[in-house]
Structure formats: structure tokens, C-alpha cells
Design a protein around this ligand. Structure first.
Ligand SMILES: Cc1ncc(C[n+]2csc(CCOP(=O)(O)OP(=O)(O)O)c2C)c(N)n1
Ligand SMILES: [Mg+2]
Length: 250
């Protein structure tokens, strides 16, 4: 009998900040001072939008509103990496991405106030409608990437979702199609540690979420923009529930 290992995985983790809270210069992309200022302004604008929207929601003037507090940087930076012609498939928690792509802010308020006209993306912006149904946009994103491939468009597609979505069938179908066809699709999972009231360790037995990409034949990378100190603070906030397998947040 022969028994040997035919596959082993390495999940890379990239930490943007060192333990002192300083950005690792080796990770800095080639950005001009102007770009950095623009990104910072977009971060502040996203935070201001978020605070306003949350206030309006608490006052009963918006129906519901999923806050992006703490997720602004991942959204603004990833939106900045997109080129003209690229397509975006958002979930419901990407207002920072919308704002960074110049999606009109009044439309975002309109959408969260329950007016469907808020979903009509203006011409020239390649942003699909917000997808509230968890993870169901991921096969659609794969379809868009497939269409681009067939048409010969040299574009990329970015699909945003949360940790909870990685437990949905749609997530696995989307990744499978992307892997089989080698599609130009980037899956951007923002792990805020929760799916409503379910901590991530309770809804997956995977040690990391990034390793799920490997199952479909492409690399998954874990990125931590907050640094070790914040990570430790986060760890203390997540209660230990009986029956939960420890999830590796490193
Ligand atoms: C198909 C479906 N089932 C249930 C819900 C209710 N729901 C809304 S948000 C959410 C959790 C999503 O968690 P995650 O994917 O981590 O995204 P986050 O909200 O943390 O950004 C659920 C279950 C839904 N919107 N769609
Ligand atoms: Mg989540």
C-alpha cells in the first residue's frame, strides 16, 4: 500500500501594519501623494456617510442600514485598484467602495430609504445592484467574468461578500466556476467576524476562510490591515461559545 501527500496548502497572511502600528513600506503600492490624499478623503467621506446613515436609520428615516465601520479602508483601497471597464458585484456592506467609485451618494441614501431608483447605477459606472441576498451574486460575478472572457474584453471583475457568505452554496458555485475556467475574478471577503449574531468560528470549521479558495484551484490570501494590536483587541470581543471550534484569526 502506498500512501503519500498529493497536495498541501500554504495560506499566506499579509499584515499591513507592524506591531508598532507602522505601515510596512515593502507593501506600499506605487501611489502618488495626490492619490494618497484622495484615498484619505474618500475614507473620511465614507465614515461621514456611514455615521449619517446610521443616525437616519436610528431615527426611522432609513429602513435598514448595514454599517461599514472599520471596513472603509478595505473598500476604498480595493476600489482604487480597479481599472476602467472592470465590473463590481457588491453585497450590501460596501458603501465605501461605492463612494470611492463616485457612485452618487444621494442614490445610496435613496436605496437604503427603500426607493428602488437608488439601485439604478448611472451610465458609465460598472457596478451591479446591491445584493442583499447573502452570496447569491457570486455565481453572477463568475458569469460576468465568463462573458468578458468570451467577448475578449480585457477586464477584471471584483465580487465583495462577508465571511458568512462563504458558508453558502452560491459561494462554492461561484468559486468553482472561476477556478475551472480560470476567470478574471477577484473574490474579496471582508471578515468582520460575524454573520449577524453568528461568530465565524460557529459557522465554519475551516481554520481560515482564505484556504477555501485553494479547494477550487486558486490561491486565497489573508490580509490584515489593522495590525496585531487591533487583532488582539478583536479577539477579546468575540465570546467563546460552547461547541465552537477555534477559528484562526491570525
Ligand atoms: C439568502 C439570505 N439568507 C439570510 C439572510 C439574512 N442575512 C442578512 S445579513 C446576514 C449575515 C451575513 O454575514 P456576512 O456574510 O458575514 O456579511 P456581513 O453582514 O457580516 O457583512 C444574513 C444571514 C440574507 N440576507 N440572505
Ligand atoms: Mg460578517
Amino acid at each position: 500500500m502506498a500512501e503519500y501527500v498529493i497536495e498541501s496548502l500554504n495560506v499566506r497572511r499579509i499584515e499591513v501594519l507592524d506591531p508598532q502600528g507602522k505601515a510596512d513600506a515593502a507593501l506600499l503600492p506605487p501611489l502618488s501623494d495626490d492619490d494618497i490624499r484622495r484615498m484619505y478623503a474618500l475614507l473620511v467621506l465614507s465614515r461621514a456617510f456611514d455615521e449619517r446613515a446610521l443616525t437616519l436609520q436610528r431615527e426611522g428615516r432609513l429602513g435598514t442600514y448595514p454599517s461599514i465601520l472599520g471596513q472603509e479602508a478595505a473598500q476604498v483601497a480595493s476600489a482604487f485598484a480597479l481599472g476602467p471597464g472592470d465590473w463590481v458585484f457588491p453585497s450590501f456592506r460596501e458603501m465605501g467602495m461605492h463612494i470611492a467609485l463616485s457612485y452618487p451618494i444621494p442614490l445610496l441614501f435613496r436605496y437604503w430609504a427603500g426607493d428602488e431608483r437608488g439601485l439604478r447605477t448611472p451610465d458609465g459606472l460598472n457596478v451591479f445592484p446591491i445584493c442583499v441576498s447573502v452570496g447569491t451574486h457570486l455565481p453572477h460575478a463568475a458569469g460576468a467574468a465568463m462573458a468578458a472572457r468570451i467577448r475578449g474584453d480585457r477586464i477584471a471583475v471584483a465580487a465583495y461578500f462577508g465571511a458568512g457568505a462563504t458558508s453558502k452554496g452560491d459561494f462554492h458555485e461561484g468559486l468553482n466556476m472561476a477556478g475551472v475556467f480560470g476567470l478574471p475574478l477577484v473574490f474579496i471577503c471582508q471578515n468582520n467576524q460575524w454573520a449577524i449574531s453568528m461568530p465565524v468560528g460557529r459557522q465554519t470549521a475551516s481554520k481560515t476562510l482564505a484556504q477555501k479558495a485553494w479547494a477550487y484551484g486558486f490561491e486565497g490570501v489573508q490580509v490584515d490591515g489593522k495590525g496585531e494590536e487591533r487583532r488582539r483587541a478583536d479577539l477579546h470581543r468575540v465570546p467563546h461559545l460552547p461547541g465552537c471550534r477555534p477559528y484562526d484569526r491570525r
